[in-house]
Design a protein around this ligand. Structure first.
Ligand SMILES: C[S@@+](CC[C@H](N)C(=O)[O-])C[C@H]1O[C@@H](n2cnc3c(N)ncnc32)[C@H](O)[C@@H]1O
Length: 215
């Protein structure tokens, strides 16, 4: 689990930087979404921020998505290793489906505010590299997340340009995010300008107004 005040060098580890920023937008009791569950590291960090990992009276909800059963199994195992035997009882929902389908599982955002959506694109490290996110589903999913996140909430998108599909995905998402109206959204971009091409880039989006039909 990412400790808020750990000695992690946030500039070196972009995933930790993303979670450090995202956590600041989440309070115990909040509802949040991990759009790419993978090995469950982000799921657990989000669960901790939302109050799902202890006996907090303010227990939130985490919805985590992945298309691979391997990811669901790895996440279950990682949660168990961290003391969570029954994820659902802790408000953590592990869903084997595409992030493009997420509205089928999430609460209605007009009734339950959703504070954060986290995308860590690409493939599962150390596993089948042919199963990866692609712009075909990640772009619509990012658009949905931006539409559903609460005002002053956060959508975080980590993108990788080290492989051909990733490069394409990064370009499509980047071009779309540039078109978001500046009066309604703030979009930040973090890029490692002196590192290898495989270093990830991070997009952070926050809506300044609550407007659902803009995209
Ligand atoms: C870089 S990994 C995510 C790492 C993860 N956040 C963690 O903390 O371990 C990307 C994941 O996206 C998943 N993925 C690919 N296409 C997807 C889709 N359409 N919907 C949801 N997840 C998808 C892959 O199976 C892979 O597990």
């Amino acid at each position: 689990m990412e400790e808020k005040n750990s000695n992690t060098n946030l500039i070196v580890k972009t995933t930790s930087l993303a979670m450090h920023i995202v956590s600041d937008y989440i309070r115990p009791g909040d509802t949040v979404v991990d759009c790419t569950m993978g090995n469950g590291y982000d799921t657990l960090s989000l669960a901790a921020a939302a109050g799902c990992t202890d006996n907090s009276a303010l227990r939130g909800r985490v919805y985590a998505f992945d298309i691979q059963q391997q990811a669901v199994d790895a996440t279950k195992a990682y949660l168990l290793k961290n003391g969570i035997t029954d994820p659902q009882a802790n408000g953590i929902y592990l869903i084997r489906d595409s992030h493009a389908e997420m509205e089928r599982y999430l609460p209605d955002p007009s009734e339950t505010e959703i504070s954060a959506f986290v995308f860590n694109l690409g493939f599962l490290p150390g596993k089948d590299k042919s199963v990866m996110t692609t712009a075909e589903t990640s772009l619509p999913a990012v658009k949905k997340a931006i539409r559903m996140v609460r005002q002053n909430g956060i959508v975080s998108v980590m993108a990788y340009t080290g492989h051909k599909e990733g490069e394409e995905e990064y370009a499509v998402i980047s071009e779309f995010l540039k078109t978001l109206p500046s009066k309604k959204y703030h979009v930040a971009y973090v890029n490692m300008i002196n590192q290898k091409k495989t270093a990830p880039s991070l997009f952070l989006i926050t809506p300044k107004v609550r407007e659902r039909n803009i995209l």
